[in-house]
Design a binder for this molecule. Structure first.
Ligand SMILES: *[C@@H]1O[C@H](CO)[C@@H](O)[C@H](O)[C@H]1NC(C)=O
Ligand SMILES: *[C@@H]1O[C@H](CO)[C@@H](O)[C@H](O)[C@H]1NC(C)=O
Ligand SMILES: *[C@@H]1O[C@H](CO)[C@@H](O)[C@H](O)[C@H]1NC(C)=O
Length: 534
């Protein structure tokens, strides 16, 4: 009887999932968010900044994209959502899908199972820096902090370039144009795609502020003048509360914080945001690395001027604790060691892991999994020589150790998981080791220090093909990525074929959907013809 009731309840829950629909026309328009230069941006429905996506845990989210620009393919990624059971909706072209070509529509459709602060962005060749990205906020009636906040606010941080990504990337990758290999640096810092953003607050109320770094390259400091904030969520994981005055937000990362407005303010307050310019190879004269947003109590009072923060008192995020106090995973069964390197390859300034600079396979890796003979699914050779594929068995505790041979820090991002941060070694000589406690924080984006090492762990409980890459978009363009092929037999058992829409999208571009990375479906270990240069 009890079983029957619970089956009935399950049925009702499934049947009553709310559908949240977005219909987007993607196209170019001009914008000038920093007031310094008008430039083409990728817009949604003729508007820029593009919209925030909002949904509630348990909703079915449907985003229909009509790709109308005359000269770009598209692909959306919902950064931080696990896409459990909906791998293809994760987005990255040639990893799990084909790009959506010019003049074509496609609907991303999946159930939202995670709550908190996320973002969505274009996931082809780093093109999101041309403007096609925005916040993704998933509310949660069962949040442990539900009673603590009255309202919410969104703060996206970004670095704004004046030139189109394609031109910048071409020069960045070319040793002739860019002998030093330095990454292009943006012109301005923006908050909510603006250089004078105001956040309206009412005295005494508490806000759940969603802070998202959607920059292409810059890590950002943020401080709240004369207000402390309490971290309650990172990357979609509720944390034990931690009160701070400043945050360090690496590219791709998010912080959910509570901010309580003063009960009797007599002025408006500054929210200084500053790029971490120490992370840049060079700091060009044209760069304005800082911006100031306003915590606006009273529009009749003056807007605060820029203030100098003598010292951003930020915490090491490895010291945060998840709300659920999940303990550190033990005895990893799969161990992966990665050396992060920047090196020349294919006549370009490239980057990669273990000497391999990522190149897209001819067949999207997910479709190789779907079409391959079962005995070969765990043979990484079928995924090609340039996808840096690692096969993981279902249920394994996986440990990935990443060593950085570069002096710069790198924000690394994994799709499909939030991983436990186990330890982090800062610097060349193993000094400054920080270990998580018994209950390590989980994130989907974490920092690897210059010449440092970071160890992460997760359970392979989400069958799928997952990209794992540096979230400095220049480095993704340079091939700093691997492919995790998680539980391929289970993927194949569940997905016998590609959905008809995606199949025709692939076909219309001549992208093969069966076979190994070279499109060979007869001789699976023969990779002749695989893509071997960018
Ligand atoms: C694509 O179109 C935009 C808007 O017209 C233009 O600025 C850009 O240069 C074009 N890109 C390419 C690669 O032709
Ligand atoms: C913020 O927290 C610090 C450390 O607990 C405290 O010294 C400071 O007074 C607090 N500031 C405000 C504005 O509450
Ligand atoms: C940016 O802000 C930081 C912190 O307030 C300050 O130290 C730095 O001098 C500022 N940089 C510029 C160029 O204004």
């Amino acid at each position: 009887m009890l079983l029957r009731i619970s089956i009935l309840l399950l049925y009702i829950t499934l049947a009553s999932a709310r559908k949240v629909l977005y219909g987007w026309n993607i196209g170019w328009m001009n914008a000038n968010p920093d007031g310094r230069r008008e430039r083409p941006v990728m817009a949604v429905n003729g508007q820029w900044p593009p919209p925030i996506i909002r949904a509630t845990v348990g909703d079915d989210l449907l985003v229909t994209v009509h790709n109308n620009p005359p000269n770009e393919t598209t692909s959306l990624h919902f950064h931080g959502l696990h896409q459990e059971g909906s791998n293809q909706m994760d987005g990255p072209p040639h990893v799990v899908a084909c790009p959506v070509p010019i003049g074509t529509s496609y609907t991303y459709r999946f159930r939202v199972k995670e709550a908190g602060t996320f973002w969505w962005h274009w996931h082809s060749n780093g093109q999101y820096m041309d403007g096609l990205r925005g916040a993704l906020v998933i509310s949660d009636p069962r949040s442990p902090y539900q009673d603590k906040c009255d309202s919410e606010l969104v703060m996206s941080l970004s670095d704004w370039y004046h030139d189109l990504q394609a031109q910048l990337a071409a020069c960045y990758l070319s040793p002739d144009c860019n002998p030093s290999g330095a990454e292009p640096v943006s012109y301005s810092a923006l908050v909510n795609d603006n250089s004078d953003t105001s956040l309206r607050v009412r005295p005494g109320e508490t806000y759940f502020v969603h802070v998202i770094n959607m920059a292409a390259f810059a890590q950002m400091y943020i401080n709240f003048e004369d207000h402390n904030v309490t971290i309650i969520e990172v990357d979609g994981v509720y944390t034990q509360p931690r009160t701070v005055s400043s945050l360090y937000v690496a590219t791709g990362r998010r912080y959910g914080v509570l901010l309580t407005a003063k009960p009797d303010p007599n002025k408006n307050y500054a929210i200084p945001v500053a790029m971490d310019v120490d992370a840049f190879d060079n700091v060009p004269n044209y760069l304005r690395p800082n911006t100031t947003a306003t915590l606006m109590y009273d529009t009749s009072k003056p807007v605060p001027r820029e203030i100098t923060v003598p010292f951003f008192d930020v915490i090491d995020d490895i010291t945060l604790e998840p709300w659920d106090r999940q303990v550190a995973l033990q005895q990893p069964k799969t161990r992966i060691e990665l050396n992060l390197e920047l090196f020349p390859a294919f006549g370009q300034n490239r980057a990669g892991f273990n000497g391999v600079s990522y190149l897209s396979p001819l067949v999207p890796t997910l479709y190789t999994v779907v079409s391959a003979p079962i005995p070969l699914l765990s043979d990484t050779r079928i995924y090609g020589d340039y996808t840096n594929a690692f096969v993981i068995d279902y249920g394994d505790v996986v440990e990935i150790t990443i060593h950085n041979t570069d002096d710069g820090q790198h924000p690394l991002h994994i799709h499909g998981h939030q991983v436990q941060l186990i330890s982090r070694v800062l610097g060349l000589f193993n000094n400054g080791l920080s270990h998580a406690g018994q209950t390590p924080i989980r994130r989907d984006t974490w920092t690897l220090a210059g010449q440092g090492t970071t160890v992460i762990r997760f359970v392979a409980d989400n069958p799928g093909v997952w990209h794992f890459h540096c979230h400095m978009e220049w480095h993704l363009a340079a091939g700093l990525a691997i492919t995790l092929v998680e539980a391929p037999k289970l993927i194949q058992a569940k997905q016998k074929e590609i959905d008809a829409n995606m199949e025709s999208i692939c076909q219309s571009q001549g992208i093969v959907t069966t076979g190994n990375a070279a499109g060979n479906a007869k001789d699976w270990l023969n990779l002749v013809g695989q893509r071997s240069n960018p």
